[in-house]
Design a protein around this ligand. Structure first.
Ligand code: NDP
Length: 299
């Protein structure tokens, strides 16, 4: 039986989207409709699903959405020209270029070409630098969503994150590193683990907060977790499930996180499920960033 509270990312995301929708309506009364442009290059099926969901939610919030789907053979110069047009378009307040890009295009060059004021993914070096310095920046959506879930979880217990020890497993530019900056800004003591870390389980066991962003199914087992710790599972891994394991009696694939949910939920104080935890927060934070960008550009 799980003893941990299960953190409901769907409910938290719905609350945030409701707030954003109300604020978009009040901005619209002042004549500004926030606009988000999403650029997809190629036919990666996972990216197509992400982009479709982003566009749907954008419209539901009352924002304008601009979709640009380009063929996989698009040249880097053509993509840069599109980014330049979007930078100059006053109806576009946020620009998101869906990653990964085809290998013949330099991701860095494209991300650096986006106007930092419209960089709602928070991947431009200017925004990365501002985040590290603790200045006001458009911060990456997935770690921002994790912070909201953590703040809500500790607020429900009448506390905050200040002084707690957070262990992040993973150091990518899109999740692990910005997560460390955000936790540090919230006055946590931060330890960052990665593929070269020695004794990761022992280090992780000292954590009050664990954020797993690795991409390895069920890697974090119960012996990594201190009793009562709050566990945020960012990982999204698709694994095969045999007919015997499957509730439908048919072989299928299913999504799991980086954390062994069944075992860890017997020890942790609170834990996010996969799916239904961090995932739904990411899009809501993207739209919150678009609203912020629109407000700043129209101020
Ligand atoms: P990356 O592959 O870019 O980074 C993975 C990180 O995990 C690296 O820093 C790597 O270390 C580290 N790592 C790999 N193996 C180990 C190990 N054995 N022990 C400790 N650390 C290890 O992944 P992302 O950060 O982009 O994504 C992580 C996961 O989160 C994925 O499952 C992804 O699908 C998911 N994700 C979910 C999102 C959401 O909305 N919920 C959004 C973005 C990602 P090193 O640097 O040394 O190689």
């Amino acid at each position: 039986q799980p003893t941990a509270a299960v953190i409901d990312g769907k409910a938290a995301s719905a609350r945030l989207l409701k707030e954003v929708t109300a604020e978009v309506a009040s901005l619209a009364q002042q004549g500004v409709i926030p606009g988000l442009a999403v650029v997809l290059v190629g036919e990666d099926p996972a990216s197509q699903v992400y982009v479709r969901n982003k566009l749907k939610r954008t419209v539901e919030c009352g924002m304008q959405s601009f979709e640009h789907v380009l063929p996989s053979e698009t040249r880097e110069a053509e993509l840069l020209a599109l980014v330049a047009r979007l930078n100059a378009d006053p109806e576009v307040h946020g620009i998101l270029v869906q990653l990964p890009l085809p290998t013949h295009i330099q991701e860095d060059a494209v991300l650096e070409a986006i106007d930092p004021a419209k960089d709602v993914d928070g991947f431009h070096r200017m925004n990365v630098g501002a985040l590290v310095q603790g200045a006001d920046a458009l911060a990456p959506c997935t770690p921002t969503g994790c912070m909201r879930l953590l703040r809500d979880t500790f607020a429900e217990r009448g506390g905050d994150l200040s002084g707690l020890h957070a262990v992040i497993i993973g150091r990518s530019n899109i999740v692990g590193k910005p997560m460390a900056s955000l936790l540090l800004a919230a006055n946590c003591s931060v330890t960052q683990l990665h593929s070269r870390s020695q004794n990761p389980a022992e280090l992780c066991r000292q954590a009050d907060i664990v954020v797993a962003a690795v991409g390895r199914p069920n890697m974090i087992s119960a012996d990594w977790i201190k009793p009562g710790a709050v566990v945020i599972d960012v990982g999204i891994n698709r694994i095969a499930q045999s007919a015997e394991q499957s509730p439908t009696g048919k072989a299928r694939t299913r999504l799991v996180g980086d954390v062994d949910f069944a075992a860890v939920s017997k020890i942790a104080g609170a834990i996010t499920p996969v799916p239904g935890g961090v995932g739904p927060m990411t899009i809501a934070c993207l739209l919150a960033n678009t609203l912020t960008a629109a407000r700043r550009q129209s101020a």
